[in-house]
Design a protein around this ligand. Structure first.
Ligand SMILES: Cc1cc2nc3c(=O)[nH]c(=O)nc-3n(C[C@H](O)[C@H](O)[C@H](O)COP(=O)(O)OP(=O)(O)OC[C@H]3O[C@@H](n4cnc5c(N)ncnc54)[C@H](O)[C@@H]3O)c2cc1C
Length: 393
C-alpha cells in the first residue's frame, strides 16, 4: 500500500521543519536500510526519492536474501548479520517473506564435485547438506529428475517480494520510526549542510547518498574515479504457478557456481567454467546463470543475464531470454507456466570490491556498487556504514 507524504507525517507525528539530522538520497533498498538504522538511533531522518516510488534495481530483482552467495569470512558474516536485521524488520513490519532456504542443483559430474567441495568446507552454522535426487524432488517437486546428480541444501535463504518491500517499507519506517519521505523530488546537489533539490534546499547535519547506478549527477568525478561499472540484467516473471505449484526452496543450478564469489574457493570450479565456456559460449558472452524464486502469489521470478558497461541498451534481447528459458526448462518443469512480464534492471558494480563507500565531502557519504548482492547485504552494510560514521569520532 502506498501512503502519501502527508499521511506518513500524520501517522508518524513527524515535525514539519525542513531541518533533519540525516538526509538520505534514494528510496531503494540501501536508502531504506540507512534510514532504518539512523532512525533507530533516534535521529530525525528524511529520505528523498526522485520517482513517485522506488523504480530501480530494488524493485527489479528476485527478492533473494542469499547469504550462500557470499564468500566465507567477512562478507558472509556481513550477509548473516544483514539477514538478522532483515528478519527483524520483516517481522516488525508484517511484510511478506518466506524462509525457503535454497537448493543448488548439479546435473554434471564437475558441478556435483564443486557442491561436494563447498559442503565439505562449511563452517559451523551453515547447515549445508548434500541431497540425493529423490530428496531434492521431495523438497522441490517441480525440479526435473532427468540427469539430476545431487542438490546442495542451505537452510538460511529468505524470499521477499521486492515490489512489496519497496511499496510497504517506507510506510512502516514513517509510521514506526518517524522517517520523513519526499517522493518525486530530485536531489541536484549535496554538501556538508544538506541538499539542494528540485523543490529547494533541505538542511541536514549529514547526507547519505544511496543513488544506485545513477552516477552522473552527485559527485560524478568521484564516482567516475571509483571504477564502478554499470550492468544490465534481463528478467521474467510467470503468472501464478497455481495452488499445487509451490517451488519449495529458491533454486539455482550449475551455471550459478561460476557467478557467486562463494564458490571461487572450490578447486573444481575451473573445470566447470572451462566446460561451459566451450559447450555454450553464448552463456558466458551474456553472463547468463539461472535462478528462480517465488512470491506470495505463486509467481516465479526467473533470470538473469549480465551485460557490463555503457551504453545500457534500452531494448531487451530475445536471444538472451531464449537462453535463460532453455536452461530453466532443462531443470524445472515449466509446462503450463505463462510469462506474465519481462523487464531489465541495472546496477553499479566494482570489478573487485563488494561495494563502494566514498566520503567526497565532510558529513557526506556515498554508498553504492553492491552489484547483485544489494538486497542480501543492504541492512548489514547500512548498519556498518552508519556505525563507522557516527561511532568512530
Ligand atoms: C535483475 C536484478 C536481480 C537482482 N537480484 C538480487 C537478489 O535476488 N538478491 C540480492 O541480494 N540482490 C539482487 N540484485 C541486486 C540488488 O537489487 C541491488 O544491489 C540493490 O537493489 C541496489 O539498491 P540501491 O538502493 O543501491 O539502488 P536502487 O534500487 O537503484 O535505488 C537507488 C534510488 O535512488 C534514486 N535516485 C538516484 N539519484 C537520485 C537523485 N539525484 N535524487 C533523488 N533520488 C535519486 C533512484 O530513483 C532509485 O530509486 C538484483 C539486481 C537486479 C538488477
Amino acid at each position: 500500500m502506498w501512503l502519501d507524504v502527508a499521511t506518513f507525517a500524520r501517522r508518524a507525528g513527524v515535525r514539519t521543519s525542513e531541518t533533519f539530522d540525516d538526509a538520505v538520497v534514494g528510496a531503494g533498498i540501501l536508502g531504506l536500510a540507512h534510514a532504518y538504522h539512523l532512525a533507530r538511533r533516534g535521529r530525525r531522518v528524511v529520505v528523498i526519492e526522485r520517482d513517485d516510488r522506488a523504480r530501480g534495481a530494488s524493485v527489479r530483482n528476485f527478492g533473494m536474501l542469499w547469504p550462500i552467495g557470499q564468500p566465507r569470512g567477512a562478507l558472509r558474516e556481513l550477509a548473516d548479520r544483514s539477514l538478522s536485521a532483515w528478519l527483524e524488520v520483516l517481522g516488525a513490519s508484517g511484510i511478506w517473506h518466506r524462509r525457503t532456504g535454497s537448493l543448488h542443483l548439479a546435473h554434471r559430474d564437475d558441478e556435483a564435485a564443486v557442491l561436494a567441495e563447498f559442503a565439505s568446507d562449511q563452517r559451523p552454522g551453515e547447515g549445508l547438506e548434500l541431497l540425493e535426487p529423490a530428496e531434492v524432488i521431495r523438497l522441490a517437486p517441480r525440479v526435473r529428475p532427468h540427469r539430476l546428480i545431487r542438490g546442495l541444501w542451505s537452510p538460511h535463504e529468505v524470499a521477499v517480494d521486492p515490489r512489496e518491500v519497496a511499496a510497504s517499507l517506507p510506510g512502516w519506517l514513517a509510521a514506526d520510526l518517524g522517517v520523513t519521505f519526499r517522493f518525486g523530488l530530485a536531489v541536484t546537489g549535496a554538501g556538508p549542510n544538506g541538499l539542494s533539490t528540485t523543490a529547494g534546499p533541505i538542511e541536514a547535519g549529514r547526507v547519505w547518498i544511496c543513488s544506485g547506478d545513477e552516477l552522473r549527477y552527485l559527485y560524478p568525478d568521484d564516482l567516475r574515479r571509483s571504477g564502478l561499472v554499470r550492468c544490465k540484467l534481463q528478467m521474467l516473471r510467470t503468472r501464478s504457478a497455481g495452488p499445487d505449484g509451490s517451488l519449495g526452496p529458491m533454486l539455482a543450478a550449475g551455471l550459478t557456481l561460476r557467478h557467486y564469489a562463494a564458490f571461487r574457493e572450490c578447486p573444481g570450479l575451473d573445470r566447470v567454467r572451462a566446460r561451459i565456456a566451450s559447450e555454450s559460449p553464448r552463456l558466458d558472452r551474456f553472463g547468463i546463470h539461472v535462478l528462480v524464486s517465488q512470491n506470495a502469489l505463486g509467481e516465479l521470478a526467473i533470470g538473469d543475464s549480465h551485460e557490463y558497461g555503457e551504453p545500457v541498451e534500452p531494448f531487451d534481447s530475445a536471444e538472451i531470454e531464449g537462453l535463460i528459458l532453455d536452461h530453466l526448462g532443462a531443470f524445472l518443469d515449466v509446462d503450463g507456466l505463462e510469462i506474465a512480464s519481462r523487464w531489465h534492471g541495472t546496477y553499479a558494480k566494482h570489478p573487485e570490491r563488494p561495494y563502494v563507500r566514498l566520503e567526497p565531502a565532510p558529513g557526506v557519504v556515498v554508498v553504492t556498487g553492491v552489484g547483485g548482492a544489494g538486497m542480501t547485504l543492504s541492512f548489514g552494510l547500512a548498519e556498518r556504514v552508519v556505525a563507522d560514521a557516527l561511532d568512530d569520532r
